[in-house]
Design a protein. Sequence first.
Length: 256
Amino acid sequence: MPPGSAYVHRFPAKVAVATYGGFLVLLAGVSCLGVGLKSVKCLIAALDENGDKMLDVMLVLDESGSMRDSIMPAREFAKQVVEEFSPLGSDGVMVGVVTFDHDAYLRTHLSEHPNAINHGIDMLTAGGYTSLSAGLDKASNEFDRNGRDGAIKIIILLSDGEQTADCKGYDQNTFDNAAFHAGKCRQAAIDKANQIKQEKGVVIFAWGFAGVKESTLKAMATTDDYAHFEKDLSALQQFVSKLAEDACKIQYPPPR
């Protein structure tokens, strides 16, 4: 077997044997099964007493006008996230894609097919204002329609800026300078995140770069550890594997 590759065999009674790098690894209470180095990392991170766990993961990706120079890196980032969760499966991890500007668009329903997911990611284009709350709401609706019973619901949000549309107390999908500077736009995004977390038990990872405030990300994320800010999108990519490991460690029911 080539170095760095892995093979996993499942036995009854929640026990599996994995070979990695010439070593035999016994895994009890396995939660995430599959092949590949990343899967073994997920297996080891997710050992618990609950048996197999399912993750429904929605990528919520900013495609507002300020993302114009970051669209290609954002696509690469999102595909890297999907790769970290591979292999996907109807009894394991499923991923969907939502993009947003001043509105939100469901690009891919929750799916186990990487080609369909990557196609949704490739639909990212830049334009318009920014409504984080619209993106979160669209992802939440997908959980309602196609989420699996017993699956942990996870949103991975990526944005380069603060909310500028759908501000609290305003219904229009246009920028309102007074509302923005009064903090109503930012609060609208935080309120939507809190509603989804508290009412639906969704776990939110909020990642951002450039113009979004780290304090906004932390206010939206389920825990401070699930928020991450860097000045440049490229700097976020080195932390993607930890994001997947943290997601695999979440117990059911997840924290609210």
